[in-house]
Design a protein around this ligand. Structure first.
Ligand SMILES: O=C(O)CCC(=O)C(=O)O
Ligand SMILES: [Fe+2]
Length: 357
């Protein structure tokens, strides 16, 4: 079965969708994780006693309540590098339309999707399947399409033209998340004691990459993963999940399932905010489990400073007692790093941490 799939998709691109559709009863060897990396699935997992933060974002617009919400954000960022948001202002019709377009894209025949395949990390539109490029050892149960999404007018022509509604529906969602990101980064800057408009210009000129992920039903979810543990390089990632599957690592290094909340979006701190905050906030390490019966979609909208712009700790957060804990680097430096290294073994952010911090 593995070989059939391989011959259709070429050596590097085995597709989890293709395997599920062909009805494989077992996951092929290359998807099987070493025992220490397997997810512990079961009724007790995810019902852990930890209450993950959920924040009503509409209250940010109320001048009387804003300080309280900023404080909630600060607590969530310090405790988890993560929170969910409700009443975020993106209409459910925009979300559902984007889900519909992505579902239709992933349902296309493999040959059609393969036209967009690339293993070049700098490619602005890239269809792929989750292989660990740097080691070629383990594959993950995920197919994805990633595209640069901001500014939309520059990139949208390169996006998939099948289904025909894709550009319009996903485009509307991408623009809405760009606006939301600006509000969130303002609130996060405020929560760090920085100016509300800190980095606002850079963010407006910044890049947005949307990873549209598809995790088809997996015959053996206890020995495979949809995505390995990693943190995102972004400033923030705004994540939409169609059902449960995301897990985050808490401060005691335990995996915690992120509950599915209808209508909510997930906010994850990325490496750029960790650096900007000089380590006051940490990017959240997360991974994705797969499900025996259910196909899951997620949209990870990764917002970053401009590709070439070097990020470093905010000067206001650096002093004699708290020297800069990170060297400066850009998104392009990160892309070069991931095309050469196995980020499941060493996070990029660890390579820019200063030794004495
Ligand atoms: O599918 C998810 O919930 C997470 C996806 C993710 O971590 C990513 O695309 O970076
Ligand atoms: Fe991620």
């Amino acid at each position: 079965m593995e070989d059939t799939n391989k011959s259709v998709l070429g050596d590097y691109f085995t597709s989890a969708m293709g395997l599920t559709e062909s009805g494989v009863p077992r996951v092929p060897t290359r998807y099987i994780l070493p025992p220490s990396q397997r997810p512990m699935l079961g009724p007790s997992i995810g019902s852990a006693t930890i209450d993950l933060p959920v924040i009503d974002l509409s209250l940010l617009h109320d001048p009387l309540l804003r300080p309280r919400v900023i404080h909630e954000i600060e607590t969530a960022c310090k405790g988890f590098g993560f929170f969910q948001i409700t009443n975020h202002g993106i209409p459910s019709s925009v979300v559902n339309d984007a889900l519909d377009a992505a579902t239709r894209f992933f349902d296309l025949p493999a040959e059609e999707k393969m036209l967009l395949v690339s293993d070049n990390f700098h490619e602005p539109v890239r269809y792929g399947t989750s292989i660990n490029h740097s080691t070629d050892r383990v594959h993950y149960w995920r197919d994805f399409i990633k595209h640069y999404s901001h500014p939309l007018s520059k990139w949208i022509d390169l996006w998939p033209s099948n289904p025909t509604c894709y550009k319009e529906k996903v485009g509307r969602y991408a623009e809405a998340t760009h606006v939301l990101h600006k509000q969130l980064i303002e609130a996060i800057s405020e929560s760090l004691g920085l100016e509300k408009n800190y980095l606002q210009e850079e963010i407006e000129e910044g890049s947005q990459v949307m990873a549209m992920n598809c995790y088809p039903a997996c015959p053996e979810p206890e020995i495979a993963l949809g995505m390995p543990p990693h943190s995102d390089f972004s400033s923030l990632t705004i994540l939409l999940q169609s059902s449960q599957g995301l897990q985050i690592m808490d401060c005691d290094n335990n995996w915690v399932c992120v509950p599915y909340i209808e209508g909510a979006l997930i906010v994850q701190l990325g490496d750029q905010v960790e650096v900007m905050s000089n380590g006051i906030y940490k990017s959240v390490v997360h991974r994705v489990t797969v499900n025996k019966d259910l196909k899951r979609l997620s949209f990870a909208s990764l917002h970053s400073l401009p590709m070439h712009m070097k990020i470093s700790p905010a000067t206001k957060l650096v002093d004699e007692n708290k020297p800069a804990a990170y060297g400066e680097f850009s998104f392009n430096d990160f892309l070069d790093y991931i095309s050469r290294n196995d980020i499941t073994q060493q996070r990029f952010i660890d390579t820019v941490k200063k030794k004495n911090s």
